[in-house]
Design a protein. Structure first.
Length: 247
């Protein structure tokens, strides 16, 4: 948890920021196949031919082949301004203006006391149906962020920069008939549902957990069943059969 401040005009709003996404994947260690000992990663200098301690390592930028410019931690700190320690709001936009592809990490913004400024800011976002765009530093990286309402909570998402999103300028479109489009739309509508994330289960992690339990008990892992799917090359036939399967 990190304590910081939202700068909203001349209003300062103290908040606590904490990640709200956890990695649910089962963790594995790398072992030596022969003796099952944990593999240790050694930081080694090939020039000095010896293991290097962490405090003897610095960061360097390779500006040409085998030529480096180095920066110390002190020099990195000189590049930071005091303003970067806060979440400085630069403006407000509609949520639908931000394509989901730009969202990176999610953080919960909260207050540990009854803060009038915090409650007022949250209510203003709710009333205007707007999202705050702000800039801040998390760790050592500079971010633009979106602060938005999610239920009763105030959530902050770090945003990717435009140059980090690699989308091609053009796409190749193939021709299709009106009937094919009508069938595709019908298929989409027939599969319409509500977004309920609580119903989505990580099926692979469940299988992995069961497999590890089986191995602990000395059992053999069974191969997963393969779904029997037909490879239909004709698009119209595939659409018509898909509709029959969901009806």
């Amino acid at each position: 948890m990190k304590k910081t401040t939202i700068s909203f005009g001349l209003v300062s709003i103290p908040v606590e920021m904490k990640p709200i996404i956890k990695d649910n994947d089962i963790a594995f260690h790398q072992l030596h196949k022969k003796c099952l000992s944990r593999i240790r990663y050694v930081k080694y200098c090939p020039h000095c031919k010896k293991e290097v301690k962490q405090n003897d390592i610095i960061r360097g930028y390779e500006y040409q082949n085998d030529e480096y410019v180095t920066l110390t931690n002190e020099e990195f700190n000189k590049l930071k301004s005091e303003d970067e320690k806060i979440i400085e709001i630069v403006g407000f936009v509609s949520l639908n203006e931000i394509d989901p592809i730009y969202f990176e990490k999610s953080y919960l913004l909260s207050t540990n006391s009854k803060s009038k400024a915090f409650s007022l800011f949250r209510e203003a976002l709710l009333k205007t149906k707007r999202v705050a765009i702000a800039k801040t530093v998390i760790g050592s990286k500079f971010y633009y962020v979106a602060i938005r309402i999610m239920g009763v909570h105030l959530v902050m998402n770090t945003l990717y920069f435009q140059e980090e999103v690699l989308l091609p300028d053009e796409i190749r479109d193939a021709k299709f008939t009106k009937k094919e489009l009508d069938l595709a739309v019908q298929l989409v509508n027939s599969l319409k549902m509500k977004f309920r994330p609580e119903e989505y289960v990580d099926e692979y992690q469940e299988k992995l957990s069961k497999a590890l339990k089986a191995k602990e008990e000395g059992k053999t892992i069974k191969k997963s069943k393969v779904k029997n799917t037909k490879n239909i090359k004709d698009l119209m036939t595939a659409l018509e059969m898909s509709l029959k399967n969901v009806s």
